[in-house]
Design a protein around this ligand. Structure first.
Ligand code: FAD
Length: 575
């Protein structure tokens, strides 16, 4: 199976990249390899919306500044400027492809307030934005005959010949056979890896496979220590209650019925529908406030630990049914209460990874022939804390950029050498057989290692971090890596063998976890989502830099790369 461009991932970023490459030339053969049917990618579950400057009261300058502030100055400002400039065109384009943006009665695009955004700039399709976006992209991709798909094929490794990426190996989940999908360029669009933590809004397929494959092949993972907690997930399941519920006026209250955010410099509360401070503060700050309330004994205790209330009762049934119907549906089904009449129990949950495969502004990585886009990439627009609703737009802007860049790159490239492909594929088959498919013996349970890893990550790399606990987490992860070599795979069947996919996913998760923990240990400051109790201040002298994690036989090696500053000099981040 030989193509010009191989895209791994059929979510928002992968589909947008495929369309962009197909538009560059109808002569290019483009493959999308995805471990799930594209419409099941995590993008489908995005609720709140996608940000872009499309209203008269907004400017590109405001959007850039909000993003850079939100990022606690760790965003590359040239990237942010490009992002805000290209975002509006992408959002309009998406409507022409069929995404039904919600509209005001006068026919203009509706925009809702979102955390850290100084004006209403988040476009939405009710509270099923990701579903509609993914549908529009998927149906558009079907129009191009030069895009072919390999659905339910699990990519196991990148094939690298003499420093150049020449394709991937993929486990066909229907047949259990390992296949080579060769290409002159590969674009990784495999999404995030929130599953390294126990409580997350992320689908169970979000295991960081693409990050791990690129890391094993020698690429750098950048800014991995920055993990975003979303302040309002459901206890127990981790299901997200979208920020749009606060954008539409929801309140966070502690067990004394007090809107506690005013005690943390975010107040005073107001009863206006849009209260940009308070509940619309950025996610990192709101998650820390929750933990402070917990330490003060002001949170409720339930079956699944501490929680506070998200109160939507005053917002009213009409707004809830009109703009947040999915929130009502989720809360009724998963909590058994109706948010029109009762407050929703919520707690912070892991939601998004700011870090990922290091790329430049075109999506190019440091490995020749490898590109990346979407949550798996780190093009450096989210810095130390992403603003909600920027990432759906990021998929479009940088998905398209990476598709175009890869299309231009392959024009001057020779086809991969058949002998190199064959030799690399044989090596990979041997690795997979001995570690997974034909593995004999072994005593360690996959689920047990996964649970211990998740617990260690929450303990040492959660909302508040310190040296002792982070070191313990790093040690635990290397112990788990050792035990992973002795895993037990009982099921040897070939068709949809979930034992083997869970083992492959755990392998990825352990790599991702290690880069998060070591990145966090090396960064001796607090910035954005990375809060150290032993280094509570931001340190621009030493750490206005991206961390770059490389794999070595002794564990991750962390280096640093300066941040690009264009027009906004670092200042204290106040709301
Ligand atoms: C519940 C939820 C709500 C959100 N709401 C919003 C929102 O309102 N606004 C916003 O801006 N952002 C939101 N986000 C974040 C945003 O949705 C994601 O960051 C984004 O959709 C990721 O898109 P992606 O294309 O990078 O990856 P995904 O959509 O996760 O797609 C990854 C693709 O990679 C494939 N893949 C992965 N591993 C392999 C492998 N080994 N082999 C083959 N294929 C593989 C998968 O099959 C899938 O097709 C939300 C996230 C969540 C979890």
């Amino acid at each position: 199976m030989t193509h010009d461009i191989v895209i791994v991932g059929g979510g928002g970023a992968g589909l947008r990249a495929a369309i962009a490459a197909a538009e560059e030339s109808s002569n290019l053969s483009i493959a999308i390899v995805s471990k799930v049917y594209p419409m099941r990618s995590h993008t489908v579950s995005a609720e709140g919306g996608a940000a872009g400057v499309l209203r008269e009261d907004d400017t590109l300058e405001f959007h850039a500044k909000d993003t850079i502030f939100g990022a606690d100055f760790l965003a590359d400002q040239d990237v942010v400027e490009t992002f805000v400039k290209e975002a509006p065109g992408e959002l309009v384009q998406l409507e022409h492809w069929g995404c039904p943006w919600s509209r005001d009665p006068d026919g203009k695009l509706s925009a809702r307030p979102f955390g850290g955004m100084s004006v209403n700039r988040t476009l939405y399709a009710a509270d099923k934005t990701g579903f509609h976006m993914l549908h529009a992209l998927f149906q558009t991709s079907l129009k191009y005959e030069n895009i072919v798909r390999y659905d339910e094929c699990f990519v196991t490794s990148l094939l690298v010949d003499d420093g150049r990426v020449i394709g991937v190996t993929s486990l066909n989940l229907y047949t259990g056979k390992v296949e080579v999908v060769a290409g002159k360029a590969v674009i990784m669009c495999t999404g995030g890896g929130g599953r390294v933590f126990p409580f997350t809004t992320n689908a169970s397929i979000k295991t960081g496979d693409g990050m791990a494959a690129a890391y094993r092949a020698g690429a750098a993972l950048k800014d991995m220590e920055f993990v975003q907690y979303h302040p309002t997930g459901l206890p127990g399941t981790g299901i997200l209650i979208t920020e749009a519920s606060r954008g539409e006026g929801g309140w966070l209250v502690n067990k004394h019925g007090h809107r506690y955010l005013e005690d943390y410099g975010l107040g005073p509360p107001s009863d206006t529908p849009v209260n940009r401070k308070m509940e619309l503060g950025p996610r990192d700050i709101l998650s820390r406030c929750h933990m402070q309330e917990h330490m003060k004994g002001n949170t409720f205790e339930g079956e699944y630990g501490h929680y506070v209330h998200l109160d939507l009762r005053h917002v009213g049934r009409e707004v809830i049914d009109g703009k947040l119907p999915f929130v009502r549906e989720l809360v009724r089904n998963y909590v058994g209460i109706d948010p029109v009449y009762e407050p929703i129990p919520v707690r912070p949950v892991v939601h998004y990874m700011m870090g990922g495969i290091h790329t430049d502004i075109t999506g190019k990585t440091t490995l020749n022939g490898l590109y990346a886009a979407g949550e798996t990439a780190c093009v450096s627009m989210n810095g130390a804390n992403r603003l909600g609703s920027n990432s759906l737009t990021e998929l479009l802007v940088f998905g398209a950029r990476s598709g175009r860049a890869a299309a231009q790159f392959v024009a001057g490239q020779q086809a991969p050498s058949a002998s190199a492909l064959e030799a690399l594929a044989k090596d990979e088959q041997r690795r997979l057989d001995s570690n997974f498919m034909k593995k004999e013996g072994g005593t360690e349970e996959i689920a047990q290692i996964r649970e211990e890893m998740q617990a260690a990550m929450e303990e040492g790399a959660g909302i508040y971090r310190d040296e002792t606990r982070m070191k313990a987490t790093c040690d635990k992860l290397s112990e788990l890596r050792g035990r992973f070599a002795n895993i037990k795979i009982v099921d040897k069947s070939e068709v949809f063998n979930t034992g083997i996919t869970s083992a492959l996913e755990l392998d990825s998760l352990l790599h991702v976890a290690e880069t998060v923990a070591h990145g966090a240990l090396s960064r001796k400051e607090s910035r954005g989502s990375h809060t150290r109790t032993d280094f509570p201040d931001r340190d621009d002298v030493n750490y206005l830099q991206h961390s770059m994690c490389y794999q070595t036989p002794d564990g991750p090696r962390v280096e640093y790369l300066p941040v690009t500053i264009t027009r906004w000099q670092p200042e204290e981040r106040k709301y």
